[in-house]
Design a protein around this ligand. Structure first.
Ligand code: AMP
Ligand code: ZN
Ligand code: ZN
Length: 409
């Protein structure tokens, strides 16, 4: 009888250890919105600089997808698809199949409608479907029932939720017993982007925001270390795009390019606008936009440069105009109301000022390795590999990371 007990105990321990081994190391994906890789050189990022030194750094940054805006790129990072393919083609968009709705960051009801997101499967949905647990401390789309699935834990987006409280929520999740601890966690900070827009990439307040997010990350690292989790956890810390200065002296007036009464549904100012001609005005708009314009380039959606991989999606408006780096498109009316200043993004993703941050740290990564520039669609197959899940069809290349992975699971 005693022997049987012993055998049962051994079998139980063997089963338990096999299960523990099958559970991947926790993966924490952190996004610092609008963080330009050169912010690391300002002397205010001891935590990030140390993580980069002890892990992997994309020294020239990571190339965002077109357009270099927040929602399209956050969805690219978790799907491995460019915005044209995943369907979140802009922060502001319309869809004839979802009539009379303008998807914008201010329209909570539209943001929560899964039809805008269902064109792709984010990694937390695949993780849940394949038996892992995910928990999201904000990420665009993570509070939506995409494909009918939400992360095991998620929070409704709240701009005012303090950075330290976000970190504490992640640590609280990590305190759970193994069986209920999340395998995949996201953590999002907007402060650097917000300051970058208001004060520009060179603004002292932007540097202060960089320092404050670095401090919050210090709290995360300290919290992981005291729990003994720092050697186990894999951290991928990145941004969605960079930031460039704007000025009221560098403006192209749309009123001088075309008859603004001939178009509708355009975001009237900024680095990038989409135009839809009114019925009967198509030829006139096309002709006006085909003229050369200084500091701006316009294309019919079918003729965008191939490197943008953009324009086939029905949600992309018929014409796209893109300003030269640091220039803005505006109307006389928008100039009077809200002249450009501070900073913005949305410019050509190949411009160095639009490059995004990428740092990876943890047992899966070689210490002190550097990566050449790569496209942000590559992040998705990396995340899938770290989690040990089957990826959905995607446009990324896992090969990008092969030289910096310690063991290829
Ligand atoms: P952008 O206009 O491209 O600079 O977008 C950045 C803004 O997106 C941030 O300032 C946030 O207010 C907003 N944002 C980020 N994540 C979310 C989210 N999950 N839900 C709603 N808004 C968000
Ligand atoms: Zn952003
Ligand atoms: Zn922004």
């Amino acid at each position: 009888m005693r022997r049987l007990h012993r055998l049962l105990a051994i079998a139980f321990i063997a089963l338990l250890s096999a299960w523990v081994q099958a559970q991947p190391a926790p993966l924490i994906l952190v996004s610092i919105d609008g963080f330009r890789p050169d912010y690391l050189e300002r002397g205010v990022t001891p935590v990030l600089s140390r993580l980069a030194r002890d892990g992997v750094l994309a020294s020239q940054g990571m190339r965002p997808s077109f357009p270099s805006l927040t929602f399209p790129n956050h969805y690219t990072l978790v799907t491995g698809l460019t915005p044209d393919h995943h369907g979140v083609v802009n922060n502001t968009m319309t869809d004839e199949k979802i009539p009379d709705v303008l998807f914008t960051l201010g329209n909570r009801a539209a943001l929560a409608d899964r039809r805008w997101w269902d064109g792709a499967t984010p990694i937390w949905v695949s993780a849940e479907q394949q038996g892992l647990k995910s928990a999201t401390m904000f990420w665009p789309g993570s509070d939506v029932d995409i494909q009918g699935v939400r992360p095991s834990d998620w929070r409704a987006y709240d701009h005012n939720f303090p950075a330290d409280a976000r970190v504490d929520q992640v640590l609280e999740w990590m305190d759970r017993p193994l069986a209920t601890r999340p395998d995949f966690v996201t953590l999002y900070f907007e402060a650097v982007d917000t300051a970058g827009h208001r004060y520009g990439p060179q603004g002292a307040q932007t540097t202060a925001a960089v320092a404050s997010v670095d401090k919050a990350l210090g709290r995360l690292i300290q919290g992981l270390a005291t729990r003994g989790l720092l050697p186990q956890a894999n951290l991928v810390i990145l941004s969605d795009h960079g930031m460039a200065s704007l000025s009221p002296q560098r403006v192209v007036l749309l009123d001088e390019m075309l008859d603004t009464a001939s178009v509708r549904r355009f975001i009237p100012y900024g680095p990038l606008i989409g135009l839809t001609p009114l019925a009967g005005k198509e030829a006139q708009v096309k002709q006006s936009l085909a003229q050369p314009h200084e500091h701006v380039q316009c294309w019919p959606k079918a003729e965008l440069p191939a490197r943008f991989d953009y324009g086939r999606n029905a949600r992309v408006p018929p014409f796209i105009c893109l300003a030269e780096i640091e220039w803005s498109l505006a109307t006389r009316e928008s100039m009077a109301r809200n002249p450009p200043g501070g900073g913005s993004h949305g410019f050509d993703p190949d411009d160095p000022q639009m490059a995004a941050l990428f740092i990876a740290h943890g047992p899966a990564f070689v210490r002190g390795a550097a990566l050449e520039s790569f496209s942000n669609v590559d992040v998705y197959p990396l995340l899938a590999r770290l989690l040990g899940i089957r990826p959905q069809p995607h446009q990324g290349r896992l090969e990008t990371f092969m030289p910096v992975l310690t063991r290829v699971p």
